[in-house]
Write a protein that binds this ligand. Structure first.
Ligand code: NAD
Length: 357
């Protein structure tokens, strides 16, 4: 049976950088009609009015908009700490049929979990617009790794400058989790330098950080983030080295190609035909498809939540100076506060002899 193809009505909360990606996607897509945008900033509302020639109503609050123009789809595109209350309000809109919630799902794993449980509890589809999940080269890499192009995967290393663990790192960690087919990360050990008191997108973040994690399937992730991370290539925001037993792949995030190095293949550049529409449009059209078919696919939202837990574990690890085990609400190792690795051991004071493990 052919599905109804009448455009779905959509509204967006938050018309900043992320919200504008959704607004542009909704305007470009035949699947949607944008009927409202809410933003507390007058300047942001003005930009929407200018872009749409006044054809789309704007509101100062989400509550006003939800009451005045209840829509089929709501895009929650504000900062992470507001995603939970906005999602809870959106699912109560009479006739709501689906949501887009920006990454990171929440500022904590608990908030992200509650968001997904609330949406699933209402049997609604949701998309979390991770760009690499709607980008042709990144998708081809995931398929190549699954096909064994570089043998068993061992390490994914990332250099990422001008960004931090929670705001961009979450994209890279969600990509990592897709490469390992969702194998759970068992532990995270991270260190952060905080000397510049940098904040970004409503969050206090690191000046410099290294995050180490390892999956149950034995793959390590090593992610170097920060304000000024020295990069081996200066034309990308994040460089991935995806290393297997039989070769490796180098990939600059969002580029239309990657480099494959395997025995007999000395740095082969593989160009990938880009998808026709933007990442946000692709995610939103996938949402429309789920609304029309009644099918549900929480694969990306679930790995986004998994990535958020790794993010929170990294900050927690740096805070306590120790390993954090996942799940975060499970048992944790003692913190060993009075132990000072790198100092001489006096011969007294307990501890365990590392030569007798
Ligand atoms: N998926 C992506 O590629 C991508 C890209 C950029 C941003 N984002 C995400 O989008 C979200 C927003 O970040 P941004 O970069 O757009 O920030 P931004 O500062 O550019 O925009 C946020 C906007 O939301 C408005 N706002 C905040 N709280 C509000 C509320 N309660 N009600 C109404 N308006 C409110 C602000 O006035 C502002 O205009 C973040 O979660 C960010 O991670 C995602």
């Amino acid at each position: 049976m052919a599905h109804d193809t009448t455009p779905l009505t959509a509204t967006v909360v938050g018309a900043g950088a992320g919200g504008t990606l959704s607004i542009d996607a909704l305007l470009a897509s035949d699947d949607f009609t944008l009927i409202g945008v809410a933003d507390m900033s007058e300047a942001a509302r003005g930009r929407v009015t200018e872009k749409t020639g006044g054809a789309v109503a704007t509101f100062a609050t989400a509550e006003e908009m939800f009451a005045a123009v209840p829509s089929d789809v709501v895009c929650v595109s504000t900062y992470a700490p507001t995603h939970l209350p906005l999602t809870k309000a959106a699912v109560e809109i009479p006739g709501i049929r689906g949501l887009l919630v920006e990454k990171p799902l929440g500022d904590t794993t608990a908030a992200g979990k509650e968001i997904l449980e609330t949406i699933k509890g209402h049997d609604l589809p949701v998309v979390v617009p991770h760009g690499l999940m709607a980008q042709a080269a990144a998708q081809k890499i995931i398929a190549q790794i699954a096909d064994g192009a570089i043998g068993p995967l061992r390490v994914v290393e990332m250099e990422c400058t001008t960004w931090d663990i929670i705001n961009a790192g979450i994209h890279w960690l969600q990509f990592f989790l897709s490469l390992v087919d969702g194998s759970p990360v068992e532990f995270v050990l991270a260190a952060t330098d905080r000397s510049t008191r940098t904040f970004r997108d409503g969050m206090q973040v690191e000046t410099d950080a290294i995050t180490l994690g390892r999956t149950a399937s034995g793959v390590r992730v090593l992610m170097h983030t920060g304000d000024h991370v020295p990069m081996s290539r200066n034309d990308t925001v994040c460089l991935f080295r995806i290393i297997g037993d039989n070769g490796f792949i180098e990939f600059g995030a969002y580029e239309g190609y990657y480099t494959l190095v395997t025995p007999g293949n000395d740095r082969t550049r593989i160009d990938v035909e880009p998808f026709e529409v933007s990442g946000h449009q692709r995610h939103l059209e996938f949402l429309a498809k789920q609304i029309r078919s009644g099918e549900r696919d929480y694969g990306i939202p679930d790995t986004s939540l998994q990535a958020l837990e790794v993010v929170e574990a990294a900050y927690q690890s740096a805070r306590i100076g120790g390993t954090v085990l996942l799940p975060l609400d499970g048992a944790q190792p003692p913190t060993g506060d009075d132990w000072d690795p790198g100092r001489p051991y006096s011969g007294t004071g307990g501890g365990r002899n590392g030569r007798e493990l």
